[in-house]
Design a protein around this ligand. Sequence first.
Ligand code: UD1
Ligand code: CA
Length: 456
Amino acid sequence: MDFSCIILAAGQGTRMKSTMPKVLHKVCGRALVEHVLTACSGTGKPAVVIGNGSEMVRGLLGDSVRYAMQEQRKGTGHAVMECFRQLDIDTEYTLVCAGDMPLITAQTLQELCKRAEGLGACVLSACMDNPFGYGRIIRNQDGTFKKIVEQKDATAQEAEVREVNTSVYVFRTELLRSALKQITPANAQGEYYLTDCLEIISREAPIGVMCLDDPDEAFGINDRVQLAQAEAIMRRRINCGHMKNGVTLTDPDNTYIEAGVSIGADTVIYPGSYIGTGTVIGSRCVLRGANRIENSVIGDGVSVEASTLLSCRVGDGTTVGPNAYLRPGAVIGRKARIGDFVEIKNASVGDGSKVSHLSYVGDADVGSGCNIGCGVVFVNYDGKHKFRSVVGDRVFVGSNANIVAPVHLADGAYIAAGSTVTRDIPSGALCVARSREYIKEEWADKLRASWEEEEK
Ligand code: UD1
Ligand code: CA
């Protein structure tokens, strides 16, 4: 079957108390509307109805969708009217979905599309323990669909109904188009309700109702409390997916993995890690402690402890942390070691190299098999400009050395501890750049003796 897809996203979402439109708030690292778009994928280029904060929505979604502008927010029916007025929608069926229901799944939408075949429309419903606030599905005596009544328009008896409208529908496009011409804002909210189209269409063709097995899918976000509830449900779903793929989460309730993260089998994640969208983690890794890992690619057999990794790459078999900070552009090779309180920024560290303690490596390319001692600083900034240093393979940099960029330490060079290096060092050479010790025998003894004299 041939489908168009319309996503309603023009509302401000007043109850969010935000300067940002509601559909841009995030659940597990993705905007509400992005989750809905993911579920709708496979229905052609979706049409998104925008209004409040439209530039911000365009900024996020770009050219991946078509837009219809709803200047005045006159209700869900009006939003769809604007869409038909502004865009070319000529498919036999049209899927309409609200942009604020991030838990809806592709599987459900596909099923709804299938069920709609041959009907005037098919509406997705859910049975809720607490249906307050939702539109209710009102059925005829024989169980067939009669109409949808909004909370504010419901009689006491109608408000008893627990089956609610999820705001997801598939319509026969022609029937929807003509029904939209007949709806009026004669209701408690003075809005054009999309829901009224169903009763109108039912006079010409049968209306199907598909009830969700899992009412969570219908969860619509109106405020920040619901946003957090959706986050918790989505997080559980994501974590279950990883566990089913062979990842061990020792405490899934305290492991935070956003949407769009890939993790290999036999990786073990202890509680406290936060792993952001776009991150790829290999197999057999171990993550301990409170890591924050975003937009990074981590190989197989990597161990990371209590560290922050942002837009970086870490090769197979490397260990990171505890308390390391890999900033954007850090590229760490295989079987390397990035130890405690080490910061790496826009720099590469080659295979088997060790930066074990308390160092800053910024704007540098460090080769393989190097040892960067404790407390080494790559001095990359003169107060205005940044410079880059290059370190060859098998270079030894003694503890507490300063490498003042731009310098080149050639293969096998050896930098004495405490040196401040400002010139290039040839291959295999020793560089000692510090003053010699000055030792004065008995000097301290004499000083103390003079102090004792003073006290007498
Ligand atoms: C709507 C349904 C209700 C359903 C509920 C499910 C109607 C009349 N009611 O109510 O039956 O149970 O969703 O969550 O449809 N929007 C626009 N333009 C508008 C109005 C709304 O784009 O003029 C968008 C909003 O941005 C939002 C979606 O439509 O994404 C739903 O709007 P909302 O105001 O939240 O509808 P509800 O009152 O919750
Ligand atoms: Ca809503």
